[in-house]
Design a binder for this molecule. Structure first.
Ligand SMILES: [Zn+2]
Length: 282
């Protein structure tokens, strides 16, 4: 059974702090308050930070991340900060970083991204962006992490192993194989419900669920029911709900998820991230 703790670590509470470390690639998705404190000695291993948008609960931990990274064991490693090219809240953060850049021990590169842009990760893996619906005056982004794998072409499936071995011996096995991409994880950040087609087939889908139905939360967030409907349509192996409001207890959230699930066809597991704790609900 897929356990998100094997690939993810993070913290989430709406309004306060949100961040997730995707362990296979050591990439950081957002950088809320407390991120560097939690990562402790491993802050230096993060070389790519991806910001869904620059609201303070998603970027408030960046100053500390920079300073602790500068004092750590891998202090010369460059840091790339990927962000939406159209993020109206980025400027104050950039002003801070530019103000201290000369005092830090490592180079920082700002990398603006549009929706549907691709970034190469470690060997064979890549990330691409998709548009989310959170900012009324700009474009927030979601991120999909893909692994490129190879498989036998259809016409070679079922052929005798001796035939494939002969191809391999002649150095021609490549002709029998094709590449395909597996969406290992999709991170939606803050958003109204994302389009299920954009994240369909993700192994792990992280979607926000800020409020219960009928509640006010400020604009452009998803309800618990919205997030579960996206999960039902996109059919990930595992749906992880985050950005939950502190106004509901864990028990209330778990009960509400089970009630919604009775009217939805949810094929995969459902987990919640509250604070730094990931818990399976379904
Ligand atoms: Zn936000």
């Amino acid at each position: 059974m897929l356990d998100p703790n094997t690939v993810l670590r993070g913290f989430s509470r709406a309004l306060y702090s949100n961040w997730l470390l995707y362990k296979p690639d050591r990439i950081l998705i957002d950088c809320g308050e407390g991120c560097a404190t939690a990562l402790d000695g491993s802050v230096g291993s993060v070389e790519k930070l991806f910001l869904t948008h620059s609201h303070i609960d998603h970027v408030g931990g960046l100053p500390t991340l920079l300073w602790t990274r500068s004092a750590g064991g891998q202090k010369a490693k460059p840091l790339q900060i990927f962000h939406s090219a159209d993020d109206p809240f980025l400027a104050p953060l950039q002003a801070y970083v530019e103000g201290v850049r000369g005092l830090l021990s490592f180079p920082i590169e700002w990398c603006p991204l549009e929706p549907f842009e691709r970034v190469e990760l470690k060997s064979g893996w890549f990330l691409d962006t998709f548009p989310t619906k959170h900012l009324s005056n700009g474009q927030s982004l979601g991120f999909r992490v893909w692994e490129r794998r190879t498989r036998l072409k259809e016409e070679f499936i079922g052929r005798p192993q001796s035939e494939l071995d002969a191809l391999a011996a002649r150095g021609e096995i490549g002709a029998a194989k094709e590449a395909f991409d597996v969406m290992r994880a999709a991170f939606c950040g803050d958003s109204l419900p994302v389009e299920a087609d954009l994240v369909r087939g993700a192994e792990i889908l992280v979607h926000e669920a800020t409020i219960f139905e009928g509640e006010e939360s400020g604009p452009n967030h998803s309800t618990l029911g919205d997030a579960l409907r996206v999960g039902s349509e996109a059919a990930p192996k595992l749906l992880l709900l985050n950005h939950l409001s502190r106004h509901h207890s864990k028990i209330q959230i778990e009960t509400a998820i089970r009630e919604h699930a009775q009217t939805l066809n949810i094929s995969g597991a459902v987990w919640i991230l509250i604070g730094d704790e990931m818990t399976q609900v379904l």
